[in-house]
Design a binder for this molecule. Sequence first.
Ligand code: SF4
Ligand SMILES: [Zn+2]
Ligand SMILES: [Zn+2]
Length: 311
Amino acid sequence: MKCIRCRERAEIHLRQHNSAFCRTCYVFYFHRQVERAIHKESMFTPEDEVLVAVSGGKDSLALWDVLVALGYRTVGLHLALGIGEYSATSTEKTEQFARARGLRLITVPLASEGPGLAISTVATSTNRKPCAACGTVKRHYFDGVAAEHGFRVVATGHNLDDEAARLLGNVLRWQTEHLAKQSPVLQPNHAKFARKVKPLFRISEYEAAVYAFVRGIDYIVEECPNSVGATQLVYKDVLNRLEAAMPGTKLTFVQEFLRAGRPAFVTAEAAPPPETCERCGMPSYGAICSFCRLVAEVERKQETRRSAQSG
Ligand code: SF4
Ligand SMILES: [Zn+2]
Ligand SMILES: [Zn+2]
């Protein structure tokens, strides 16, 4: 099979687009796909400084790589989650990536924040599932760091598979409020919120992995140990089976939702804007935000442990 762009021998075959590329043309194709998404969805412009959330995995590092290659101004944000060996390797890979390219990276070691907010600690102290605790903490720091450093845009590496799986989950439970908010661009509705964008939302997990490989990006291959058994993975598996039988299903599912489905939910679910948290000053639904409630629980737990030890 030949590359559809230069007619040399093709090495990469994309069934959903019915096309094939050599390595050089694949990189060109990938860059153009991301650039188109940024432009078409009005995510940001070369004047904006973009805070890129990087986990050390293939998607977020591929995202950072492509944004730099396209000439955007970026700073990386990495949260060291404190999930054992997995987090140590993620941080190492992210720091190596930034160092090798001379890019600015902000790393937040959660274990040293507040009362100690490593995800494993927060999850055990609050009897929450690690992913629920992790979601609350991540959201708080993405917004908090952006507000503190004056970034108006936060980009994350969510890809087409993530978006399709999330959409399927929301549809299966008809979570209308979530459906109204599921979008590659989320505009801020509070002074301390930045615009959240997902430039890889049309790029499949496979395409991101191929890009990372072709570009020689050294990323963490292992998944987070807490992702084992996650519902999200069941949805991904189902979608992969649909995709194998009918290439292009994921892209159509997400794209047509955004075009034809989502508008109906947006009008029906005009949620009021958040208030401001009395404790941390970040956006909050209620007097105290969910992050501060989480931190308070961790503090209470530590207090109880301390008094039990001293008594
Ligand atoms: S799998 Fe769960 S705990 Fe692990 S990084 Fe993802 S959200 Fe956090
Ligand atoms: Zn080619
Ligand atoms: Zn708060």
